[in-house]
Design a protein around this ligand. Structure first.
Ligand SMILES: [Zn+2]
Length: 292
């Protein structure tokens, strides 16, 4: 029989895999997150969609969300106050997938959008997941549980987001009117090494895999997606309204689309090798639009 310690304060509860101790850790995290309205809703969207939770050692990474397997895993090595932010981030990804977002780490997915569209979209997916995580931690703080937010902000990778979010909170109402969450979203782009790692994984690696398997023959790199559409698809608050308070156009300009030099060289080489001529033409246009 389950004791009350194992009861999840969300509906429906998650199926959790692993040892009794791991289950207890995860339930405890869920119940802390559930005091935040955004957190509760984010968790319930994922549990309702059938995502399972578990723990798994992942090298150099705190967590992951698989769209195909519908599972979210957390790295047991990290402490729970850190993993709470990670769980919030990964369950947001589950929600994005439920709303139709593609899995950027799926190399079977044809690359029909322009390179710039791909880069804008995959970056915004991560920025929204982090902005949502810190929003949830901010709401937890408002409800008296400030440790997970402090731990989030202390993580070296999160410092830009942590500072931008905390600064934004000095303004009255910023936690609930979307402006702190927007500040966190925009600050995601300040961390160049993280952005480079995602561009490598979601652009270069995917294109290399598709080249190796010959799947790149069907790639067109043609469809243009606007920043407005990306923001409209991704930046949804609890009421399904857009929380993004800045001009979406900024996401198509300057540092928001600039690519690290090494990544740019790899993309250049990959685009030069695309199989058919029409695509090559699109590809070259694409590279110009991305810029260094
Ligand atoms: Zn992520």
């Amino acid at each position: 029989m389950q004791n009350s310690k194992n009861e999840q304060l969300i509906d429906p509860p998650f199926e959790i895999q692993g040892s009794e101790q791991e289950k207890n850790r995860i339930v405890n995290m869920i119940n802390q997150i559930a005091i935040s309205e955004t957190g509760k809703q984010t968790l319930e969207i994922a549990s309702n969609a059938g995502y399972k939770l578990g723990m798994e050692f992942i090298f150099g990474c705190n967590g992951a969300c698989s769209k195909e397997k519908k599972i979210i895993v957390l790295n047991p090595v990290s402490k729970d106050d850190v993993l709470i932010g990670v769980l919030a981030h990964e369950t947001r990804h589950a929600g994005q997938f439920e709303r139709g977002e593609y899995d950027a780490s799926d190399d079977k997915r044809p690359r029909n959008e322009t390179l710039k569209s791909n880069i804008m979209r995959t970056r915004a997916v991560e920025a929204d997941a982090q902005a949502t995580a810190v929003q949830i931690l901010g709401e937890m703080m408002e409800n008296g549980n400030e440790k997970p937010l402090i731990e989030f902000c202390r993580q070296p990778d999160n410092q830009f987001i942590g500072k931008a979010f905390s600064n934004a909170l000095y303004e009255e109402g910023a936690l609930y009117n979307g402006s702190a969450r927007t500040a966190a979203f925009l600050a995601w782009y300040e961390n160049k090494p993280i952005m480079k790692a995602y561009d490598q994984a979601y652009q270069v690696d995917m294109m290399e895999h598709r080249e190796e398997s010959g799947a790149n023959k069907v790639d067109t790199y043609k469809k243009i997606e606007t920043p407005e559409k990306i923001v409209k698809d991704l930046c949804l608050d609890n009421k399904g309204e857009c929380y993004f308070k800045a001009n979406p156009e900024v996401l198509g300009q300057g540092k928001f689309v600039e690519v690290d030099y090494e990544i740019q060289e790899k993309l250049d080489a990959l685009m030069q090798r695309v199989p058919n001529n029409q695509t090559k033409l699109n590809a070259m246009k694409n590279l110009k639009s991305v810029g260094r």
